[in-house]
Design a protein around this ligand. Structure first.
Ligand SMILES: [Fe+2]
Length: 410
């Protein structure tokens, strides 16, 4: 993240003597990325290092491993994620659906907050959450980060957090990456600001509010995700939110999807113009995340607003539909639908969507979808993903064409 932020009290000179409480030497921790070479924050613990475990590590009780089904032929997938079960707190309701070597896509539909005294830490992946439903706060050692529907939340790998839900239920898309998730680098100038041509403005992010340090003892369980989805429970004797202050450029932040300020073109433009976030060195590794939201469709007198048919060569595509207004999938998707188009297959608008889209020429669209494109990373579906798959989806183009009178076959 481009902005360097300070919350609470930290010594001006790093790694020097500092007292948050009289006579108690505060202890400094670096939370970094790419080892010591990437974005980092330094955190001042009031009196204890975060390494003080009071009980032997133990299995975390469940796991988030991604299990692929056997012998599933190459096909496009449509997952109806709203039909999945899995309630509970954020961690226990989390269901991985699609995954690759450095990427995992899951949904979580919690109906309760993280229990008191329990915390989650993703030790292997950075996380991007999209809030489909629910409001509350992501509480971490960095402070409380409020969220509301249709917000993105970016949570760096290694953050210790809880999800406080101020609603009866929540619904989250979760995208994990081995690489840090940030605004697309080409939107940021060398000085660290978003360029004046970018769809995002870095100062529009929401930041955690740091309260009083939790300088408390007791029994605290931190469930750490590691090693391909295993969970291990660490037991601490002190509250992990014990910071007097922190400073740096690695921290959780929120970004309203409505703050992606769409850029229009006279003729249809390809998805990269909608890019909000990036992980890794796209287009060579990692992924891009695009926000398909309100935009003036092409106003050329002959423009076709519907997207191209395309092979997403070198790129597997996952798209989460927040609403059903996306014309290219009209009649197929429902809120919470997630399509997964492997790069080895072309896909296109359904039925007569291209012809129908002429009516949208020059108008502002109202669809909302989040799209993920990996680069040189094939994805696979999990058993749980397959359990909510629309079995008719591979034939839906043929059926939609027939229904629209575009094909002689029925
Ligand atoms: Fe596509």
């Amino acid at each position: 993240m481009a902005l360097i932020v300070r919350r609470g009290a930290v010594p001006k000179v790093p790694h020097t003597e500092f007292y948050a409480k009289p006579g108690v030497l505060a202890l400094e921790e670096i939370h970094g990325s790419y080892g010591f070479s990437g974005a980092y924050s330094r955190k001042m613990h009031v009196r204890r290092y975060p390494t003080e475990q009071v009980q032997a590590p133990a299995p975390g009780g469940s796991n988030l491993r991604c299990e692929p089904p056997k012998n599933v032929p190459l096909q496009p997938f449509h997952l109806r994620t709203s039909r999945l079960g899995g309630r509970g707190d954020f961690l226990r309701s989390r269901i991985p659906l699609v995954f690759g070597r450095t990427t995992v896509v899951s949904v979580a539909r919690p109906d309760k907050s993280t229990p008191q005294g329990e915390f989650f830490r993703n030790g292997e992946f950075h996380e991007l959450l999209f809030v489909q439903e629910g409001e509350g706060a992501l509480c971490s050692e960095y402070g409380e980060l409020a969220f509301k529907p249709l917000d993105y939340l970016v949570v760096p790998k290694g953050t210790t957090w809880q999800l406080k839900l101020d609603a009866k239920k929540g619904y989250f898309l979760i995208v994990e990456s081995a690489y840090p998730i940030q605004f697309a680098p080409h939107h940021i100038n060398p000085a660290g600001q978003a360029t004046l041509m970018a769809p995002v403005v870095e100062t529009e992010i929401g930041l955690p509010v740091l309260g009083e340090a939790r300088d408390e003892t007791g029994r605290y369980s931190v469930f750490v995700k590691h090693d391909g989805g295993r969970l291990t429970r660490l037991s601490l004797g002190h509250h992990p939110f014990d910071l007097a202050g922190w400073e740096g450029s690695l921290y959780p932040f929120s970004f309203a999807s409505s703050a992606h300020h769409s850029i229009a073109r006279e003729i249809h433009t390809a998805p990269p113009v909608r890019q909000t976030f990036q992980a890794g060195q796209a287009p060579f590794s990692g992924f891009s995340v695009c926000t398909f939201r309100a935009q003036v469709e092409g106003w050329h007198p002959l423009d076709i607003p519907a997207p191209y048919a395309h092979y997403n060569v070198d790129s597997d595509e996952v798209m989460f539909f927040s609403n059903t207004s996306y014309g290219a999938r009209k009649g197929v998707i429902e809120p919470g639908s997630l399509t997964f188009h492997p790069g080895a297959l072309p896909h296109s608008p359904q039925g007569d969507a291209a012809a129908r889209s002429k009516a949208a020429r020059g108008k502002v669209s109202d669809y909302l979808a989040v799209m993920l494109d990996t680069f040189f990373e094939p994805l696979q579906i999990t058993k749980a993903g397959l359990s909510c798959a629309d079995k008719d989806y591979p034939l839906s183009w043929h059926k939609a064409a027939a229904g629209a009178g575009l094909s002689p076959a029925a």
